[in-house]
Design a protein around this ligand. Sequence first.
Ligand SMILES: Cc1ncc(COP(=O)(O)O)c(C=O)c1O
Length: 385
Amino acid sequence: MPTVYLDHAATTPLDERVLEAMLPYLKENYGNANSLHNLGQKAKVVVEEARQKVAELIGAESNEIIFTSGGTESDNAVIKGVLAVSGDKKEVVTSELEHHAVLHTVELAKMQGIKPVFAKPDKNGLITPEAVADAITENTALVTLMHVNNEIGTINPIAEIAEVCKEKGVQLHSDTVQSLGKLPIDVKELGLNFLSGSAHKIYGPKGTGIMYVKNGSRWIPWMQGGSQERRRRGGTLNVPGIVGFAKALELAVDEMDDHKKHFEKLRTQLLEKLEQTLDFNYQINGSKNGVPHILNLSFSDNEGNFIDGEMLLLNLDIEGICVSNGSACTSGAVEPSHVLSGLGMEDGLANSSIRVSFGKQNTEEDVHYFVEKLDAVLKRMFTVA
Ligand SMILES: Cc1ncc(COP(=O)(O)O)c(C=O)c1O
């Protein structure tokens, strides 16, 4: 068990109340929701109740919610399903700061002759409505832009982007994996055709997600199989996961304001403690007005030497602290995070970053422990280097 877990943008622990709601469907009520017998019909009823609840919580109709295996599947299903029926329209507008579930899907679509068009972020990592307007052409099949960035916490102005898309007659998808349950989401107010969401970022089970598909959207199902989800996503329904998703979202929405206040307090405490304690330079990457629970930080000494973010992460791990960094090890070489590179950051600075993401159980003591250990680890690392 870590002493201090500060990696909630990667995943969250299961809330006890979610587990309680799921348990009957893992144990005695194990029926297949497609079976006609009593056990199957019981499962079907709870799935439909969960669908209704999720729909209400995001301002959708219940027949617009499709349960999936998570954010990655939902992103794939939306993009592939739109491109399959986009005819002569062969361009997808997105940004270089998207999650790989979107970026790699768009990349693969190049094999079908699809052209990705990247809307440019501003210096804080925001995609402005103007940048989207510039990127849309008469060949645009879809605009896909995330609501909250998972590495730097920036919040894209989705409702304003939707206005642009509406004016140009282009469908809009938003990956809301990092914002669902953290920010108020009403699909009508946001002007979305499609949305992706995931349970494990909001104290729900892993491997469970949703896709919102507005009625009347130009889209076909990507996952073929049985008649589940009104033939829009084949596969035996994950009944406990679906029940867990609805419960996790309900709790997250109910407790959203309290969590936000809690995260703002922790963020302030962290920044104050960094100012008081740290003998090194740090900078916050991305907008300072993003979601309060995600903070991306880079570190350097007084001579301008950057720390190696991956080594920093591993050293903090030894102290019982879990954070993450954006860089990826590709064929033996450490590549900087595509998000930080997409912001125009040079490799040294980008590679020196770590992401701290708070959760509801974190305390002021956690913040203090983290900063004290961080300072000690940085001292050790800079001395050795
Ligand atoms: C923005 C974003 N999109 C998609 C995903 C993938 O979601 P899942 O893990 O449910 O497949 C993540 C997970 O980190 C994410 O942060």
